[in-house]
Structures are given as structure tokens and as C-alpha cells.
Design a protein around this ligand. Structure first.
Ligand code: HEC
Length: 170
């Protein structure tokens, strides 16, 4: 009789454990899926710990004297503030960060972190969607808002037209 009872208890306890385990797993999965892609906890946590002290929380309201990571995407006035959205290519963002950021300890970020940070900053600027993933293939394909506005008004004067990709003098 006592053995029967113990068996019942063990069965009951393992059922509870199984239910708890399943519930927890589903809970974790739902959290992970609710925030996919670049806005993932990882890239925003990296930004918060390694970049925000200068560039501002979420890339806005930087420390005095530092540049924000979020800015306007239309450059119809000469004095419009220029930061990441001004870049002609999204790969410039990767390149700048890879060579020089964080300012006080450059070249400490892995390529994965750099792609994730690129995605994070492009999402903040609404240049890509939240669930887009940036890697060696997708980053160069991002069309920056200001890409077609780099015009040399008088290419003859400098002897070459950068819009002719062969770079041949005219
Ligand atoms: C200690 C302060 C500091 C920290 C921390 C820092 N930066 Fe910077 N960042 C700067 C300064 C200063 C500049 C301007 C450098 C220059 O123009 O030579 C800059 C410039 C940039 C630019 C170019 C902005 C533009 O308008 O072209 C990007 C992008 C950037 N930082 C990203 C990051 C990222 C991502 C991190 C975190 C991994 C980071 N920075 C951490 C100080 C900092």
C-alpha cells in the first residue's frame, strides 16, 4: 500500500515537472520569436553596453560633442544633420565600425557583432525592417536613402565621372 502511494507521488511529481518544463520551454521560445532579427536582445545589449555611453540610448541624444546614430534621411538643405543615413552605401557603416569603434577600444568587435550592430542601427533609422538579417550578402544590397544624390555637377573639371563605373577619364 505504501509503495503504491510512493509510486503515485513519483508519478504526480514527474507529471508536474513535465508540465513545468514544457511550459517554460514554450515561454522561452515565444520570447525568442517575439523579437526576431536585428532588434534581438543581443545587438541592442551590445549597443547599450558598448556604444550608448557616447552615441546615446537607441542612438539618439548622444553625449554632448558626440554624433547620434539616428538622423534625417532627406538632405534637401545644406545644413541638415548628417550621420548614418547620409552614407551612400550601408557597407560604409560596417567599415567605420570595424575600423574605429568602440572609440576607446577599436577592433574588438567580431564580424557577427558588426553585422548585428549594422542591422540594429539601420532598423533604428527605418532603412531596413526589423526582421531583416544583415550578413555579407544582404548588407551590400541595402539601398541607402541618399544613394542617388551624390552627383558631381561638373565632372569635366575633375577629369573623371564617378558615375561611369569604369572610372575612365573623359
Ligand atoms: C568613447 C565614445 C564612443 C564610443 C563608446 C563609441 N563611439 Fe562611435 N564615435 C565616437 C566618436 C568620437 C565618433 C566620431 C569619430 C570621427 O569622426 O573621427 C564616432 C563615430 C561613429 C560612427 C560614424 C558616425 C557618422 O556620423 O558617420 C559610427 C557609425 C559609430 N561611431 C558607431 C559606434 C558603435 C556601433 C559603437 C559601439 C560598438 C560606438 N560607436 C562606440 C565615439 C564613440
Amino acid at each position: 500500500m505504501t509503495q503504491d502511494k510512493t509510486e503515485h507521488h513519483v508519478m504526480f511529481a514527474s507529471t508536474i515537472l513535465l508540465v513545468l518544463f514544457t511550459g517554460l520551454t514554450l515561454f522561452v521560445v515565444s520570447i525568442v520569436r517575439a523579437s526576431p532579427g536585428p532588434d534581438s536582445a543581443a545587438s541592442s545589449a551590445t549597443f547599450r553596453t558598448k556604444c550608448a555611453m557616447c552615441h546615446g540610448e537607441n542612438g539618439v541624444n548622444p553625449k554632448p560633442g558626440f554624433v547620434p546614430m539616428v538622423g534625417p534621411s532627406r538632405f534637401d538643405r545644406i545644413d541638415t544633420m548628417k550621420t548614418v543615413p547620409y552614407y551612400k552605401y550601408a557597407t560604409t557603416l560596417f567599415d567605420v565600425m570595424r575600423r574605429s569603434m568602440p572609440y576607446q577600444m577599436p577592433k574588438t568587435l567580431t564580424n557577427d557583432e558588426l553585422y548585428a550592430l549594422s542591422a540594429y542601427i539601420l532598423v533604428l533609422n527605418k532603412i531596413i525592417g526589423e526582421d531583416e538579417v544583415m550578413d555579407a550578402k544582404s548588407l551590400p544590397r541595402v539601398k541607402m536613402p541618399n544613394r542617388d544624390n551624390f552627383i558631381v555637377w561638373d565632372p569635366d573639371k575633375i577629369g573623371y565621372d564617378p558615375l561611369r563605373m569604369d572610372g575612365a577619364p573623359r
